[in-house]
Design a protein around this ligand. Structure first.
Ligand SMILES: [Zn+2]
Length: 387
């Protein structure tokens, strides 16, 4: 049943080709996770040339064919403007991820006090200080003092305001839905203290949100494992979990969740049941793994195009792969286990689909069992480490 998933532990499977859901169903069956089978951002729709309705129809067809009778959701991912909303509402999406990242003032971390005070005009500072500057004492996420509250207000105040507008717009159009605010793609990490401020302000302003995606420390690049200090992340994730536990009304959400194998045990430990993870790129890369094994000519064409388009296509992504670091190898499937090749192949999916979409889909249809088996194996690893 297509439905809001509310506070159930949940896992998002993005499927850019519209062919992966049978493999996703096989992997998620029997786990504690409620699945999101349709999940596509506005950016991905633009690059894949698919509409929200097509993404939904393809997921629904697979759900019906597999006889999946549990709850499942559909995520309208990274909505940025009110104009982004209506096509997803019309197609029956149940989970709306609002990304007000463009309204986040990253400079507020380091602005001098005078500059900060100037930026505060336009915010209801008297009201905010009355709400937050009582003596709550030291919490796991820190304590409110005038300066930290000022920085949090300037950094996230406009983003929160935009999320409120988006929530109101959605509420006019739908009764019951999951609502997430994500700031995961901003430059500056979200401290546990700022996380508390965001959750508190959204709550105070009447936004019923079911998940929140802060920008965590370190680098969560697409389709590869975490880059950063795992001990520092461990301590940070514990503090974020303390904030979430204090509210008890929403889940933490991990974006760019594909292949973060070193992070899963940490979030399983700290976040417990209040967890949502989004993946997308890895299902596309598993499709390419099938081609690398069974259709090497097509794979090589896609890989060559990827190298040509990487410098341009990577601009809207957080990736650090370098073309001169690509391995020289005849073993094509091994490229799918290489950091640089994975990122190059991942961020150029739009170019690949534009040029080779029909061939790619036909090849996968021909080797669908191999694709579903590969997806199951790969996501068993994800979901096992998260349980
Ligand atoms: Zn994201």
């Amino acid at each position: 049943m297509l439905t809001p998933l509310s506070l159930s532990p949940s896992f998002g499977f993005g499927d850019r080709l519209g062919l992966a859901t049978p493999g996703h169903i096989a992997a998620v069956r029997g786990t504690k996770f409620a699945p999101i089978f349709a999940q596509q951002s506005v950016r991905e729709n633009a690059r894949t040339g698919r509409t929200p309705q097509q993404v939904m129809d393809e997921a629904r067809r697979a759900v019906d064919a597999a006889g999946w009778d549990g709850p499942w959701g559909a995520d309208a991912d990274h909505l940025k403007t009110p104009e982004d909303i209506p096509p997803f509402v019309a197609a029956g999406y149940t989970f709306f991820t609002v990304d007000p990242g463009e309204y986040v003032d990253n400079a507020a971390d380091t602005d001098a006090l005078e500059a900060l005070k100037q930026k505060l005009t336009g915010f209801k500072w008297d009201e905010l200080s009355a709400v937050y500057l009582g003596d709550e004492g030291e919490q796991a996420w820190g304590r409110f003092e005038a300066e930290t509250l000022m920085r949090a207000t300037v950094k996230y105040g406009k983003a929160i305001g935009h999320a409120v507008t988006m929530f109101e717009r959605l509420s006019d159009a739908k009764d019951d839905f999951d609502f997430e605010m994500s700031v995961d793609e901003t430059d500056s990490p979200t401290t546990p203290f700022e996380h508390f401020f965001i959750a508190s302000e959204l709550t105070r302003l009447g936004v019923r949100f079911t998940s929140l995606a802060p920008r965590f420390i370190g680098r969560f690049e697409k389709g590869v494992d975490y880059i950063g200090d795992p001990d520092a992340l461990d301590a940070e994730l514990a503090k974020h979990a303390a904030v979430t536990a204090d509210f008890g009304t929403y889940k933490l959400s991990l974006h760019s969740g594909s292949d973060k194998f070193s992070v899963y045990p940490l979030i399983a430990k700290h976040w417990g049941e209040r967890i949502h993870v989004k993946t997308a790129g890895t299902s596309y890369l598993e499709a390419l793994r099938v081609l690398a094994k069974h259709e090497p000519d097509l794979f090589l064409s896609i890989y060559s195009l990827g190298r040509d388009c990487y410098e341009t296509d990577k601009r809207t992504y957080h990736v650090s792969a370098q073309l001169d670091q690509l391995p020289q190898t005849e073993d094509l499937p091994a490229l799918l286990d290489d950091f640089h090749a994975r990122e190059v192949l991942h961020v150029t999916f739009g170019s690949a689909l534009t040029k080779f979409g029909p061939e790619l889909k036909a090849a996968l249809a021909k080797h669908e069992t191999a694709y579903y088996d590969g997806l199951k194996l790969h996501f068993d690893k994800h979901l096992g480490l998260l349980s």
